[in-house]
Design a binder for this molecule. Structure first.
Ligand SMILES: [Zn+2]
Length: 460
């Protein structure tokens, strides 16, 4: 503490100490306002996806100040600015400038008249709230670092643990890969039970069985859910989920669609949903089937994956003419850390990773461009989650952007699920579940919003 009435020598270098004291006081007040307001703004901005609240400078300065405030409150001191102001007021010869003046301002404006422990508790809670916002909505630099590290990890794990670099896998390597896979969640519990619950409102059909009992100990029944009041005169829309079983929100999004809004579209459309095309992939969190084949490159005439074969056969038979098909997917960090390296190892090629886009995007069909339809989907999704920005080369996953949030793939040629029909309106959703900005529920909601956006567009 400065001694009262003894003018500190440093203040002699300040030409107008009274004015300087006022300036210090105003700065002090502004800092208080900044610290207090920034927390609610960060939270509101976090939910509303304001860009500026992710600014690393803003967040770091805010954090640093609150740390100082907490430390000084726990050590029983005032803010350093208070002492500076006090010294300047002494130098200016301002009357009644003793602790009572500080008390006046402090109690008036900064502290109020309450016991010290209340301040300490308030500051501590405030501090914890700030820490929470760092975890929930990390500043950009921190979020970028997380992504960078996952890429770095990639770089050093390029040698996939199975097979030899440059040599495609044979049966032994595929078997070695399969032995490493473990069941991590239950198709019966998570998916089939929810499909069963839909029987009151929809026709549920088993459209095939994946005969995997010899390979992995169990067969898998495949389910199609369709409108009860099916009319051939109505246009039919198809939703497919879990072509990549690990892409959780694709499966849960298809189910959520059926459980929530699907009913209200049945007057206009025959609704057909295959919620989980790769149940083994769902259970083991895998992109491939047990034969190390990617079902989403298998929607071709020779159909190397039974998952694709059975789905194609069922749709061709029951819904030969589709108006719309939306295939629900995710783009995950594990695409870079596991699945793309595994793909390169399997095929004996070199893996080059792309940046995983942070946000939702769509893959349309090169052969069937429908820019307005894709835009309608994005506009609907935008209300739920953020759309991915293209990278510095104006690409998403290494493919040039066609329009904001949309890239194209040749659906049929690449054997993608979206190529399984001649529907004039097709799209593949890509939700990014590893975003610091998206919860699992938001990913599911985004899938539903995508379907709804497409349906509303067609219904208009
Ligand atoms: Zn996928």
């Amino acid at each position: 503490m400065s001694k009262i009435n003894e003018i500190p020598t440093w203040t002699q270098m300040v030409p107008f100490p009274g004015l300087a004291a006022d300036i210090v006081m105003i700065i002090h007040a502004l800092i208080v306002v900044f610290v207090v307001l920034s927390l609610p703004l960060t939270i509101v901005g976090g939910y509303r996806r304001w860009h500026w609240i992710r600014n690393s400078w803003f967040r770091t300065i805010h954090f640093a100040i609150i740390v100082v405030v907490v430390i000084q409150s726990f050590s029983g001191r005032y803010c350093p600015l208070t002492y500076v102001e006090q010294d300047l007021r002494l130098a200016a010869g301002q009357p009644s400038f003793d602790s009572s003046f500080i008390d006046y301002w402090v109690s008036r404006f900064i502290y109020f008249d309450l016991p010290a422990w209340i301040f300490m508790a308030t500051y501590a809670l405030f501090f914890l709230a700030v820490v929470y916002t760092w975890w929930r909505w990390p500043p950009r630099m921190l979020a970028a670092r997380r992504r960078y590290e996952s890429r770095l990890y990639m770089k050093f794990s390029e040698g996939y643990p199975i097979g030899s670099p440059g040599i495609p896998w044979g049966d032994n390597e595929k078997a070695a890969w399969l032995r490493k896979q473990r069941k991590r969640r239950s198709y019966t519990q998570d998916v089939v039970s929810r499909i069963d619950a839909l029987r009151a409102h929809y026709d549920v059909e088993v459209y095939g069985v994946l005969p995997y009992s010899e390979q992995v100990g169990t067969d898998y029944e495949l389910f199609a859910v369709r409108s009860k009041n099916w009319l051939d005169s109505r246009p039919t829309i198809l939703v497919t989920g879990g072509v990549h079983g690990y892409e959780t929100s694709g499966v849960l999004g298809a189910l959520a669609f059926l459980e929530t809004v699907a009913a209200q579209y049945q007057a206009h459309f025959n609704v057909l949903v295959l919620p989980c095309i790769s149940p083994w992939g769902y259970e083991t969190i895998n992109r491939w089937n047990p034969d190390a084949v990617d079902p989403n490159r298998s929607f071709t005439e020779d159909a190397p994956a039974q998952e694709a074969q059975l789905a194609m056969a069922y749709v061709a038979k029951h819904a030969p003419e589709l108006l719309m098909h939306i295939d629900l997917h995710e783009t995950t960090d594990t695409d870079n850390t596991e699945f793309r390296p595994a793909l390169a190892a399997r095929d004996g090629t070199v893996n080059t990773n792309w940046n995983i886009p942070d946000g939702f995007y769509l893959v349309g069909d090169t052969e069937r461009p429908t820019p307005d339809f894709q835009k309608a989907i994005l506009n609907s999704v935008k209300k739920v989650t953020h759309i991915a920005e293209a990278d510095e080369r104006n690409e998403l996953i290494g493919v040039p952007v066609e329009q904001f949030g949309v890239i194209h793939y040749p659906g049929k040629q690449a054997g993608l699920c979206m190529g399984l029909s001649d529907a004039p309106y097709v799209s593949t959703t890509e939700v990014y579940p590893d975003s610091a900005n998206a919860t699992p529920q938001e990913c599911i909601d985004a899938q539903v919003a995508a379907i709804v956006g497409g349906l509303n567009y067609l219904q208009r």
